[in-house]
Design a binder for this molecule. Sequence first.
Ligand SMILES: NC(=O)c1ccc[n+]([C@@H]2O[C@H](COP(=O)([O-])OP(=O)(O)OC[C@H]3O[C@@H](n4cnc5c(N)ncnc54)[C@H](O)[C@@H]3O)[C@@H](O)[C@H]2O)c1
Length: 406
Amino acid sequence: MNSDSDSKKGYLWAKSRMPILNRIVRKYSKSKILSDFKLGMCLHITYETAVLVTALSRAGAMISLCPANPLSSKDHVIDYLHSEVANVKLFVNNREDYSSFYKNMDRVLDTKPQIITDDGGELHKKAILRSQNVVGGTEETTSGVNRLRMLSKDGKLTYPIIAANESIMKLLLDNKFGTGQSTIQGIINTTGVMVANKRIVVCGYGWVGKGVARVAKGMGAKVTIAEVDPLLAIEAYLDGFEVGPLEKLLANNDIFITCTGQFNVIGRDHFHKLKEGAILCNAGHFDVEIDVNYLNEMDPSHFDPRPNVTCYHTNRSQCKKKFYLITRGRVVNLVGAEGNSPEVMDISFSNQFLAIVYLSKAASKMTNRVYRMPKKLDKKLAQLVLAEHGVEIDSLTPDQISYFKR
Ligand SMILES: NC(=O)c1ccc[n+]([C@@H]2O[C@H](COP(=O)([O-])OP(=O)(O)OC[C@H]3O[C@@H](n4cnc5c(N)ncnc54)[C@H](O)[C@@H]3O)[C@@H](O)[C@H]2O)c1
């Protein structure tokens, strides 16, 4: 059990590893640039999120916050936020289920936020359904952006949204390098497996899949990619990975990691073909990539041999096999580990901070659609990170700039 001082230490450790956000907040806290704004936020409840909300609060914002996943909230962070952070209303239950999860979103919206920051698009969807008066929003993850783009296409968005996810800095540092590392960490934490020499299948070779495959290969695993997009499949192949259809990989691989944003990627037709003792997990945002409902029907006597690991038996009498599902099919890096490292979340949340400040000034001139993160802000963040690491780069000479204009 964590004491108050342990919780505070956890927060201070995360903060000390987030220098870029600290630098940005120093700039904006003097002018209290967000002092007229109420923010409604739906994010994973981690120490890094505590650092972000504290930063926004220092810039003058009033914040209400609920979790972006029913299982990812850490109790010690909840305790820390309740006791230490002013200007933040926290709506979270220590034992969250789906009913309290959605109720807590409503409680955030009841505070009438003008800017909404979401991770997954659920809070945005609710705000739109409730015809809430919102000036603008930001979205943290690929699955959320995909949903919001659909709403935008159908003319259903009622406020402009910045896809904070779609900045090169976020995709590179968080989706690829950050989630790549923390996903493998989640698998190791929950199961204790040795990665070297395992046969691992990564479903999806987008930003997250590339990161997961890279880390697994670096640790000595034999990695195969299952993709549906021929362009990404060829990239995986040229990057040196085996590529193949999932169906043909089920019988001879040890670990399967879904990173697609799609549903039922591993479903009822697949489970009985798995190798005995195979391990399944998901790094995508929603717990729909592995058909967990079917698994629970298929084997009602499933059990947890250790925390966050569930053992299932196939129900075919001819070939009864067991296999394991980690963290009930929910984001393995957040439920089975601590999520992305503070250095990574420093970039994601600096990005969020800049997007919120941008919206606070520009939302009234924007239309109700999904915007990419402005390129200028992306480059600004990259410059800050390079400077922080002491990395110098070249710049174009005036002649070279005019050469482009010829
Ligand atoms: N766990 C985390 O911390 C974390 C961090 C960032 C993003 N995410 C989530 O991870 C998921 C993937 O994000 P991304 O940024 O890599 O998206 P992306 O769009 O870059 O990549 C997804 C890839 O999956 C492929 N795909 C789709 N359906 C497939 C299928 N049935 N079989 C095989 N491949 C399939 C697509 O072709 C695409 O290449 C999203 O749900 C996103 O929200 C999670």
